[in-house]
Ligand binder design. Sequence first.
Ligand SMILES: [Zn+2]
Ligand SMILES: [Zn+2]
Length: 335
Amino acid sequence: MDPLEGRVSRTAVWTGTGIEIRDVPIPALGHRELLVRVDLATVCGSDLHTLSGRRSGPVPSVLGHEGVGQIVAAGPHAVAAVGERIVWSVTCACHDCDRCRAGRTAKCRSVTKVGHEPFTGPWPLSGTYSRYIVLPAGATIVPVPDALPDVVAAPASCATATAAAAIGVAGDLAGRRVVVCGAGMLGIAAVAMCAEAGADVSIVDVAPERAARAERFGAVADDSGPVDVALDFSGSAEAIASLVPRLDVGGHLVLAGSVAPGPAVAVDPEAIVRGWLTISGVHNYEPAHLHAAVAFLTRTVAVYPWDELVEDPVPLEALEQVARPGPALRAAVRP
Ligand SMILES: [Zn+2]
Ligand SMILES: [Zn+2]
């Protein structure tokens, strides 16, 4: 008999107009699937866009793509062991199509995404706002050391790993001048990573108190001067337009924040040519970036006040009330 038969997961279902708490049957696990008990989920800004109607997605669905938890059951030939404490990737890939083979598994031809799938489809328990989540074979899973508290580990699977991907595009940062735009969770993670890499890193944000907080994570005050690398996590067209003229010869602008429709930005092609400038886009991340994110947080858990960026967790029933930005950068849910 299937040991999961008859068991249910207490799960927050997004209906398009609100959140409904339901007891959802836990399915029998397929080949290499994992059942994970979610111990903590953090609320990413893109979910706030969904709840406020700025980002469209399947309805109904289980949202939430940042989380940490423990494997409680594994399908046949699963690669991980029951009992392991893990974080997992947002994107789940086939690892076999042309894009996967080219090293862009985040853009797999048959990609599925944690917290982005229809509740009525083949993967109902896909989000982290749920007591249990099912992880498909194509998910990347990374063990979490005991030294990393839940509140520090959970954002790794979106914010920290995406910051690692954006920095990976910019290349070696030692001794280079970097400006980070947007002092949210991704921007703060990027600042700390740049500082660790030996960069001279500053941060800009429309809210001065948010930018000031980044100084506790290794940023210096911004002087609006020339930079070698600009990393945008704000997604603001105005902010992006202001970064291009700051790039010195050979400079690189990496865009990672523009994940909702917005106005176009004019660029001067002559400035790109004469300045040997590069503009890159980064969306989600590769498996190596999630491993790098967990390793980075583990190295710096005692160096930076990561736990202060996440609010005290609330139960699943209170998810709708926390779906607004508070004084910390991330609300948290303990399902
Ligand atoms: Zn996210
Ligand atoms: Zn693929």
